[in-house]
Design a protein around this ligand. Structure first.
Ligand code: HEC
Length: 491
């Protein structure tokens, strides 16, 4: 409402964030948080046994992690900020207000982490030869820093799912120690360690000689490490599931597949378990018969691991719906507390970036479109992924849709489909929204987003009318202020 709406009408904004974020989380967990302690342990093992080959292998695995984390990892990390701020600036704004110091510390730790990984990798040969133990200590501190950055961010992710008592007292610490935080951390930590083991197992086949004794040893080393973490990973996952609020757990079916496949719910849980068992079998094989483990078999647990994480993140993001910050802000960026005000004053009167303030015969279509942009377009496209046309056709067939039926649907949709927020605004605005939705049935629907269609800021009701009746601009904070003043003056 207070920002122009960036929108991708084919894939949807949600998919944009998901692709960037899942890539980032995988690189972060497997190649940083999990890999740093693993590599440090391997270097130490080489130091202890006096076998140079361990040291070389650890160095080469670190090389891969170094390149990938400082390129793909860093870029997607920034990418999450960009994409999330584009799709939902309100949510990011609120989170920054609550977690400013958390993010500040995370930033400092992150910079430390980057400096340390550079030192760790680039001084490996030079320092390592003489001061091996000191060098290994760099690895230990680096491991701690990698974990700490994740640990801080997990607090924020947990907060978004369950704000606990924060809504009442709004302190930084109640935000951090929300009910989901520690259980989620107890899942992510062993997951990262497990994923690092599987990733390294894959690399061993590139960095060691075929049929050599050392390859067998290295396979056994990675397999043992991976096996150790499977149990804690499942245990952490179970603990985490226990604290997911029940109304969110009910969303699981739609989260795992889509609504049409919600019945697959149980089956998909079985698939997830199967993935975990596959990982265990391959690790066990590597431990018992390291020489017999075929190269292709290694791809399997690694892919399973990525799929598990992908599902996990998808579920986490989805079951939180209709909230972006539980109990405080809906996924459309509107605070729960603002709903009564919007029902009285109207969304269009409160929003900054709309084409007009009132719903009349002439403005009906434009007002409806603005309403759709504000209340639906964060999750839906017109005719792409999770597109309106397909959803409505599914419900009401291809005969002309009726305004009254759609308005009725909208008035109860947050009850029938609890993952959707209630529709904000006045009755007139809902009628306009229904009008716009109906128009999508016949017109070739599309919405290019503020980035392509531009934005308009109409004069604020009560304020002096501009000569041309409206203005087009990118920013108008004064406008919003005038609106607030107009309302408080009117009350
Ligand atoms: C928080 C995200 C979100 C918002 C905001 C949202 N929706 Fe949805 N909506 C969904 C999801 C997810 C589905 C289910 C998709 C699927 O089939 O898997 C859905 C499904 C639907 C369906 C089909 C439901 C059914 O019973 O089959 C309709 C119709 C719909 N949405 C309309 C709207 C309208 C109109 C708005 C705006 C007023 C809106 N939605 C806002 C996420 C959202």
């Amino acid at each position: 409402m207070d920002f122009p709406a960036f929108h991708l009408d084919l894939f949807g904004d949600r998919l944009m964030i998901a692709v960037i974020a899942i890539l980032h989380v995988f690189v972060n967990h497997a190649l940083a948080v999990g890999a740093m302690p693993f590599i440090t342990l391997m270097a130490w093992w080489g130091y202890r046994t006096g076998n140079k080959q361990w040291d070389n292998l650890a160095h080469r695995i670190l090389g891969v992690c170094f390149v990938v984390t400082t390129s793909v990892g860093a870029l997607t990390g920034v990418g999450i900020w960009f994409s999330a701020s584009l799709a939902n600036p309100y949510a990011i704004g609120s989170l920054i207000r609550v977690f400013f110091w958390g993010w500040f510390i995370e930033w400092v730790v992150f910079v430390t982490e980057v400096v340390l990984i550079m030192i760790f990798y680039l001084t490996w040969k030079k320092w390592g030869a003489k001061h091996k133990l000191a060098h290994i200590w760099v690895g230990v501190v680096l491991s701690a820093a990698s974990w700490a950055t994740m640990a801080i961010i997990v607090a924020i992710l947990g907060f978004m799912m369950d704000t606990g008592t924060w809504v009442d007292n709004q302190t930084f610490l109640t935000g951090v120690f929300n009910p989901i935080y520690i259980p989620q951390l107890m899942f992510r930590t062993p997951y990262a360690l497990l994923a690092a083991g599987l990733f390294s197992l894959l690399l061993v086949f590139f960095f060691t000689e075929r049929g050599s004794d050392f390859r067998a040893k290295a396979v056994r080393f990675c397999s043992t490490w991976s096996l150790v973490w499977i149990g804690p990973c499942l245990g952490g996952g179970w603990l985490y599931w226990q604290v997911v609020p029940t109304d969110m757990a009910d969303n699981l079916g739609v989260a795992l597949a889509t609504q049409a496949y919600a019945i697959w719910d149980g089956r998909i849980l079985q698939v997830l378990l199967l993935l975990a068992i596959t990982v265990a079998i391959v690790s066990l094989w590597g431990l018992v018969k390291p020489r017999k483990l075929p190269r292709v078999a290694l791809i399997v647990p690694f892919v399973c691991c990525i799929m598990l994480l992908g599902y996990f993140e998808r579920i986490r993001e989805f079951v939180r719906k209709p909230w972006v910050i539980e109990g405080y802000m809906y996924a459309n960026g509107i605070r729960a507390d603002d709903y009564p005000v919007l029902a009285r004053h109207g969304v269009l009167r409160e929003a900054t970036y709309v084409t007009g303030r009132d719903v009349t015969e002439e403005t009906m279509h434009a007002a409806g479109k603005d309403m759709w942009i504000i209340s639906c377009s964060r999750c839906h496209t017109t005719d792409g992924v999770n597109g309106m046309v397909a959803k409505l056709t599914n419900l009401y067939g291809s005969d002309p849709w009726e305004s009254e039926i759609i308005v009725n649907y909208m008035n109860t949709m947050h009850k029938a489909r609890p993952y959707m927020p209630p529709v904000p605004g006045t009755d007139d605005e809902k009628t306009a929204l229904a009008h716009y939705l109906i128009s999508l049935q016949t017109a070739a629907p599309s919405y290019g987003g503020a980035q392509r269609e531009g934005v308009k800021i109409p004069p604020v009701p009560g304020a002096e009318e501009e000569a041309d009746g409206s203005q087009t601009a990118m920013l108008a904070p004064a406008n919003k202020l005038a609106s607030a003043q107009a309302h408080s003056a009117g009350e």
